[in-house]
Design a protein around this ligand. Sequence first.
Ligand SMILES: Cc1cc2nc3c(=O)[nH]c(=O)nc-3n(C[C@H](O)[C@H](O)[C@H](O)COP(=O)(O)OP(=O)(O)OC[C@H]3O[C@@H](n4cnc5c(N)ncnc54)[C@H](O)[C@@H]3O)c2cc1C
Length: 588
Amino acid sequence: MPRFVSTIIIGCGVSGIGSAALLKRKLNHDDVHIFERYAAPAGVWFANQYPGAACDVPASLYSFSFAQRRNWPEAWPGRDVIQQYYESVWRSYGLAPKTSFKTEVVVAKFDVHTNLWHVWTRPAEQPHHDVRKDNNPEPVREDYAELDGKAGYEHWVCKVLINAVGGLSEPNKCEIKGAENFKGPIFHSARWDTSVDMADKRVVLLGNGCSGAQIVESLSPRVKHITQLGRSKHWYLPVVNLNAKYFRIIGWLFPGFMRACVFFLLEYHFRAFRRTRGAKQRNAVARDSAAHIRKTAPAKYHDFLIPDQKTLEIGCKRRVIDMGYLEALNRPNVDLLASGAKEIKEHSVILDNGDEIPADVVVLATGFSIRASGGALKIIGRDGRDINTYLSEEYQEPSTYRSTMITDFPNLFMVMTGFNATTGHSSVVFTCECIIDWMIRIGRDVYTDKRVPTKAELEFTDPAKPRTSRPRFITVEPKRKAQEKEMLWMQEKMQDYVFATGCGAWYIDPKSGANAITYPGSQVDFYWRSRFPVWQDLKYTNLPNGKTQPRIGWVEWFGNWMGWGEVDEPTTVIGRKMVDGRIVDSGR
Ligand SMILES: Cc1cc2nc3c(=O)[nH]c(=O)nc-3n(C[C@H](O)[C@H](O)[C@H](O)COP(=O)(O)OP(=O)(O)OC[C@H]3O[C@@H](n4cnc5c(N)ncnc54)[C@H](O)[C@@H]3O)c2cc1C
C-alpha cells in the first residue's frame, strides 16, 4: 500500500529546506517529507567540497531572512560554514525525521481521478569521484504497475509536490577524447576526491569560471604546479572587505539592517544591466574591473583576462568576485593558458594547439548541465505527458507561471526550477524565499485541507478508465492564458536588458533562442510579484462550500485590486506572431 504524506519535497538544498521551514512557520504545516539523493542536507553546498568553495554574496543575504545569524565567522564564508548553517536550519525545523537521504525520486504522476500526486522513489547511486565512472542514470519505465513491483522502489502519495532539484546539481560530463586512459585521479570540481593527496602533484585544471578561480587561489600553495586552461572571459570585481570591525558590530547588533544594506547595494548594481540606460554604469564597472585586473594579475595575462564589452556585456554572466584569484596568478607554480583541452593521455593533457602538459591530477571545473537536473526524474501531468515534452509541445518558448507553476500540472510547485527565476547580481536565497512565499500564499487552502485519502484513493487509477466518482481534493494551477501572457511578457521585457544581447549559451534555450534563465527585472520587482498574487490568473477546484476563490487577506485583496502583481500587456518589440495562443513566428 502506498504511503501518504500531504506534501512531498524533492531535494534537500536551500529550496527544499526553505520550503519545509516556511510551511511550518507560516501555516504550521509539517506533514511533509523530503527526498534527497545525497547523504546530507544543503544541496550544492554538500556536493561542492573543492578547496576554496565559497559564496559570492555576503552571508547575511545568502541566508534565510527568518534565520539570521549574528556571528558569521566571515562576511563571505566558505563552503563548510554555509553547509553547516543550512544543516542547522534543517535540524531546527525538525526535518531530520522527515527526510530520506540517498533516495531519488524517479517518477511523479498526477492522478486525474483523485487529484493526488503519486511518487516513486528508489535508492540513489552516490556520485563518483572519478569522471571515468560517470554513467547516465538508469532510465525508468513510467508504467505504474511495473514501478510498484520493482525491488527497492517505494510508492508514495501526496497532495502537493514541490520540485526543488536545483539547476546546478548535475556536473557537465567529461567528453574529452582519451579521458578514460588517464592514469591519475580525474574528477569534476563538484565531485572533489578528498582522499587524493595533492602535495607535489602537477594539476591541470580545466575551466576559469567561479569554481576554477576559487580552486586556483586555494589549491596553488599546496601543489607542485597548477596549469589552468580557460577559454572564456569574465568580469572580475574586487571583493569588498566586510570583515572590518565596524561592519561586524553592525551585523551583530542589527543583522536585518545589514542584510537590507547588502540587498540594496546589489540592487543598485542591477541598474547597470539596463540595456540603454545602464550603459554609463556598465562602462564604469568595466573600467573598474579592467583596472583591478591590470593592478593585480601578471601583465602577460591582461589581454586574455580583460573582457571586451562588445562581445561580453556586463550582466551577461554572473560576475566573479575576486577573493585572491588574480593575485594567485603571480605565484611561480601557476600558469594560465587561453586554451581548451582536446585530448587526455595517460600522463598528460593535449591543448587545442597540440602542446602537451604533463599532469598527475586532472580537475574539471567545467560547470553544470541545467537541462539534466533532477537526473532520471520524470514528472507526468494531467494528460499523461512528462513536463519537458509537454512544455516543448505546448509552448514554443520557456514558459512557467511566476517561474513556479505550469498549467495541467496542478499542485506542482517548482522552487528555483522554473524558467527565468535566476538572478545574476543578487542572492539566490532571496529569490528562493520569494517563490516559496508566493507558493504558500496561493496554496494556503491546499496545504491546510486536513482531509486524507481513503484506501481506494491511494491506488493509482488508470487514466483511461472512466471516472467512478468526482475527485475531492483541492487543486490550484495557473490559467493557460495567464501563463501565455507571462511567457510573452518575459521575453519582451528581456529586450530592455543586456540579457537579450546574445549572452552566454547556457542562458539560452537552444530550441527557441529565448533566454530561459535570468529574470528580466530587479529583485524588488521579483519580490513585489510574489507578494501580490493575481488571483484571477489562477484556477482552483474543489474549494470548500463550492467557492471558486480561496481565502485571501485584505493586503492581498488590495494588491490584487490595484493590479500590483500583474505583468504589462506585452508589446511586440521582437515581432512574434501568434495564432490561437501559439507562437507561429518567433520573430528571431
Ligand atoms: C559551487 C556553487 C556555488 C554557488 N554559489 C552561489 C552564490 O555564491 N550565490 C548564489 O546566489 N548562488 C550560488 N550558487 C547557486 C546555487 O545553486 C543556489 O544558490 C542554491 O544553493 C540552489 O539551491 P537549490 O536547493 O535550489 O538546489 P541544490 O542546492 O542543487 O539542491 C537540490 C538538491 O536536489 C537533489 N536532487 C536532485 N534530483 C533529485 C531527485 N531526482 N531525487 C532526490 N533528490 C534530488 C540534489 O541532490 C540536491 O541536493 C552556487 C552554486 C554552485 C554549484
